[in-house]
Design a protein around this ligand. Structure first.
Ligand code: ADP
Ligand code: MG
Length: 288
């Protein structure tokens, strides 16, 4: 039978917008030893803004912004949204003849007779396009037009005000390691990890690499240690499923993530994590 104290704990957590899907997860949360956060949309606001446009090979800023916006027309990625917002004009859908989104890479599209690619180093590497290697403060979206490097757009996100508090609180509670996972580049990840006091980060990960990182953490843990993963749900469902406790954060998370997650945090505050751990531990003391 389930001790009554658990119901109190689950109810208490629910009142604070932390929905725990079972007493076993509340129990696991109380023993959290590693907490791994996804970066975009979880530790950061996930609201990207174009901060710079650099052109190459005779292209104009206007041209590459237009090509990029059209190529990203069908993408919901935060990067795509930022580019479309910076473009700021109506997109004539009839010009988009083909389009393809490559997870963790970017997009490829045909705009009338022009082949356009928008994405990261990995995308350009995949198609053997020579390009600048930028070490800049921000996420880089390279633009390739008909196989020719046309420049890049820098997109920046902001750290949530609540994120440093969450990291500090988790450590104060004795969580051994706070980790960040991201598909974004190493420079951005390094900067954010430093600002947040994150112990360890893994960057340039494909969605399947994130699963591997969690599997590795699960293999290495000892005794009744528990691994927690916190994501906003976009492409995260397989990662959420693999951790001892998968936490989907933000009401904006996808239905798939809310279904797969063991814990759903209603708002988008990372500090709900240490809060959940505290409630879980208090429940433990009542139960045992
Ligand atoms: P995150 O871990 O930050 O959520 P994603 O897996 O969504 O990252 O994407 C990883 C990287 O792939 C992005 O940082 C970006 O470089 C590239 N990328 C993915 N989708 C797009 C897109 N629609 N346009 C441009 N770049 C993209
Ligand atoms: Mg993501």
């Amino acid at each position: 039978s389930i001790p009554l104290g658990y119901f109190g704990g689950i109810g208490r957590a629910a009142k604070e917008g932390i929905l725990v899907k079972g007493s076993n997860f509340l129990d696991a949360l109380s023993r959290a030893t590693v907490v791994a956060f996804d970066k975009t949309g979880t530790l950061t606001k996930g609201v990207f803004k174009v901060t710079k446009i650099e052109t190459r090979n005779g292209f104009s800023e206007d041209e590459i912004l237009r090509f990029a916006a059209l190529a990203e027309a069908h993408s919901n990625h935060p990067i795509a949204k930022a580019i479309k917002e910076a473009y700021g004009r109506e997109i004539d859908e009839t010009q988009i003849k083909e389009h393809e989104e490559i997870a963790g890479h970017g997009v490829r599209a045909r705009i009338d007779d022009t082949e356009v690619m928008v994405g990261n180093d990995r995308l350009l590497h995949k198609f053997n396009i020579e390009h600048d290697t930028c070490h800049v403060k921000g996420t880089v979206a390279h633009i390739v037009v008909n196989g020719k490097y046309a420049g890049y757009i820098i997109i920046s996100d902001e750290i949530k005000e609540d994120s440093p508090i969450a990291v500090k609180e988790l450590k104060r509670l004795g969580v051994k390691k706070v980790i960040m996972l991201t598909g974004d580049n190493r420079d951005v990840a390094d900067e954010i990890a430093k600002q947040l006091g994150i112990d360890e980060f893994y960057a340039e990960l494909l969605p399947e690499d994130k699963v591997k990182v969690i599997e590795e953490l699960e293999r290495k843990k000892k005794g009744d240690e528990k691994i927690v993963f916190v994501g906003d749900g976009i492409n995260d469902a397989p990662v959420l499923a693999r951790a001892d406790v998968g936490v989907a954060m933000g009401a904006l998370g996808s239905d798939a993530a809310i279904e797969t997650a063991d814990v759903v945090v209603m708002d988008d505050k990372p500090s709900k994590l240490p809060r959940g751990v505290k409630i879980a531990r208090r429940t433990q003391r009542i139960v045992w």
